[in-house]
Design a protein around this ligand. Structure first.
Ligand code: AP5
Ligand code: MG
Length: 186
């Protein structure tokens, strides 16, 4: 099972992807977390992306696509995975499709979580994990970047026919149940 969980900053992608991955016995791949780990470890990749992430902008498409390609080639990913934070531009979506096609694979479902901006902002401001991009100013930038560069990815998957829209408001468990209902049964 290959799932994409999509949504603006604070929509609950990470929270829900973790639960879905545990429930289905698949891997949770968060590109944002991979970058934050690289920054903390001080790797070349971390040095390259630090200022971009701190500002709330997007890492260049090719850097992200290469990282995802390398990661999903690992044996752990053969049973399936849930992608959180990728693809984030139409260019990434096209590159990912090409990559899957070369592997003879496809995406089973694209789950789009939505919640009003005021709720997203409230959640991010009270997250308390010390993320450098969780300040009022950087959250504003991230929401703008989402609307301009990331939201068009929804249309791409709507055309491809595996798009599911899920209400991202309510309790974590309510949302989780909605997501499970949106995942095709095998
Ligand atoms: P990324 O890590 O993906 O961050 P994001 O998209 O901004 O999203 P968040 O992680 O902030 O929110 P979330 O949707 O995961 O919500 P969460 O579950 O944590 O990306 C970070 C950066 O990395 C990007 O800005 C970019 O620079 C770079 N990057 C990553 N991928 C990239 C790509 N593909 N291309 C280019 N650049 C890339 O929930 C938020 C908070 O709300 C938590 O505290 C949570 O506990 C709480 N919460 C969750 N659900 C609920 C609920 N139902 N009710 C109340 N609170 C809730
Ligand atoms: Mg997240």
């Amino acid at each position: 099972m290959r799932i994409i969980i999509f949504g603006p900053p604070g929509a609950g992608k990470g929270t829900q992807a973790k639960k879905v991955a545990e429930h289905l016995g698949i891997v949770h791949l968060s590109t944002g977390k991979m970058f934050r780990d690289a920054i903390n470890e001080g790797t070349e990749l971390g040095k390259l992306v630090k200022s971009i992430i701190d500002e709330g902008h997007l890492v260049p498409d090719q850097t992200v696509v290469d990282m995802v390609e390398e990661t999903i080639a690992n044996e752990d990913y053969s049973k399936g995975y849930i992608l959180d934070g990728f693809p984030r531009t139409v260019e990434q979506a096209v590159a990912f499709d090409n990559l899957l096609e070369r592997r003879g694979e496809s995406v089973d479902v694209f789950i789009s979580l939505h919640a009003p901006d005021h709720e997203l902002i409230q959640r991010l401001l009270s997250r308390g994990e010390g993320r450098s991009d969780d300040t009022e100013e950087k959250i504003k930038t991230r929401l703008e970047v989402y609307k301009k560069e990331t939201a068009p990815v929804m249309e791409y998957y709507q055309q491809a026919g595996m798009f599911r829209s899920v209400d991202g408001t309510g309790t974590v468990d309510q949302i989780f149940q909605r997501i499970l209902s949106a995942i095709p049964k095998r």
